[in-house]
Design a protein around this ligand. Structure first.
Ligand code: HEC
Ligand SMILES: [Cu+2]
Length: 375
């Protein structure tokens, strides 16, 4: 159809070139561009887009962002202004249907300029970002302390371990960090790809099955923030959120010592199978708060004040466990999808505790939950 119309017009003798338009309005264009650039940069810099900076790395990462805003907004405005201006100035006027624009010959000089400037700029920005990222992850100077934390992602919870803690490794469903000490996270995934992220630290990296990834941060602010999974990993992805708490070095040491004492008390009772009531409950408590390496710590998803956990992906067990029989507890653990707690979704709680916990471990956990609920 369109072609036909065109050829008719050609037949009418209307083909050929449109007259040139008058001078391009360079000055008003520049004024509009400069105003738009100023507004764009101001919005980029003045609006507080990010959460607080809770690690020394955060400041440098935010500076990279600000530099990128300052350098990219003018180019965005330049391109947009020219495009909009051309659409308006060189639009088809009545009587010009089917005519071509004036012939323009290529301009080698212009092409070199508009290739070279972006190339130089991109290389400069990439180098700057690369150097910044390398510098902020530098290992602390020799003699300076560094805390190693192992992070394990599993549908749909994180567990943490402090392998080099003085007095023995510590496992935990909660991430506690000392302020002003460099922390190196070694991150693993047991099932699918997850992504370990604390927005306030500004650093994040994928947790990939089969390899260990890592990054460093130095927490610089006391407080509590969210540990977030930033890689879509299944139905429970949005619930894969825990807490990181940054405390003073003294409180951190005290927490580690308490954890170690708890773990020893549990281990002191020997294998869970032979332990009597009290020891069994202690073993159950440790399993609840720390898992066993294969079985995710219950506390990563469940709050239970006796175990000191605050997970929020599943029901708060302080509120729901009163009056449950051991058989009901066992079933809730090994077959979680049989009955779904109101307001929660099926498929979030791991369905494999029947395999990842040994029979004695399961019994110890049930004893612990029963005793805790009765307190
Ligand atoms: C990945 C998160 C996650 C982990 C880890 C987890 N749970 Fe759950 N749990 C849930 C969710 C979500 C529900 C609610 C849905 C359901 O009933 O299956 C739930 C439900 C329960 C219930 C039933 C509560 C009610 O009100 O009906 C019990 C009991 C329970 N979990 C105990 C445990 C124990 C013990 C462990 C550790 C062995 C554990 N959970 C590990 C997420 C988790
Ligand atoms: Cu995940």
């Amino acid at each position: 159809m369109a072609e036909e119309t065109m050829s008719e017009e050609v037949a009418d003798g209307q083909s050929g070139n449109r007259p040139r338009r008058g001078r391009v309005h360079v000055f008003p264009l520049m004024v509009i561009g400069l105003v738009a650039t100023a507004i764009g940069i101001a919005l980029g810099l003045l609006i507080d887009w990010f959460p607080v900076q809770a690690a020394t790395q955060a400041e440098d990462v935010d500076t990279v962002y600000h530099v990128l805003i300052i350098t990219s907004v003018p180019f965005f405005v330049l391109v947009t202004t020219i495009v909009l201006y051309c659409v308006w100035q060189f639009r088809e006027r009545p009587g010009e249907e089917g005519l071509d624009g004036p012939n323009v010959h290529g301009s080698t000089g212009l092409e070199i300029v508009w290739t070279a400037i972006p190339a130089i700029l991109l290389i400069a920005l990439c180098s700057y970002a690369y150097v910044t990222l390398r510098d902020i992850e530098e290992a602390p100077a020799a003699g300076e302390p560094e805390l190693i934390v192992e992070v394990t992602g599993q549908q749909f919870a994180w567990t943490f371990a402090y392998p080099e803690a003085e007095g023995g490794a510590v496992k935990s469903a909660e991430l506690i960090l000392p302020k002003d000490v460099s922390v190196k996270f070694n991150i693993k995934a047991l099932d699918v790809i997850h992504d370990f992220w604390v927005p306030e630290f500004r650093m994040k990296i994928d947790a990939v099955p089969g390899i260990t990834t890592s990054f460093r941060v130095t927490p610089s602010k006391l407080g509590s923030w969210s540990v977030v999974c930033a890689e879509l990993c299944g139905v429970g992805h949005a619930l894969m959120r825990q807490k990181v708490t940054v405390v003073s070095q003294e409180r951190f040491d005290a927490w580690l010592a308490r954890k170690q004492a708890g773990g020893k008390a549990a281990a002191g009772g020997g294998a869970a199978g032979e332990a009597d009531g009290g020891d069994k409950a202690a073993i159950g408590k440790t399993l609840f708060a720390e898992g066993n390496g294969e079985a995710t710590a219950c506390g990563a998803c469940h709050a239970l004040s006796d175990a000191g956990t605050s997970g929020a992906a599943g029901p708060n067990l302080d509120d729901v466990l009163q009056g449950w029989t051991p058989a009901q507890l066992t079933e809730a653990i090994v077959d979680p999808n049989k009955a779904i707690a109101e307001g929660f979704t099926e498929g979030i709680m791991p369905a494999n505790y029947g395999e990842t916990l040994t029979k004695p471990e399961l019994a110890a956990l049930v004893t612990y939950l029963e005793e805790t609920a009765a307190k």
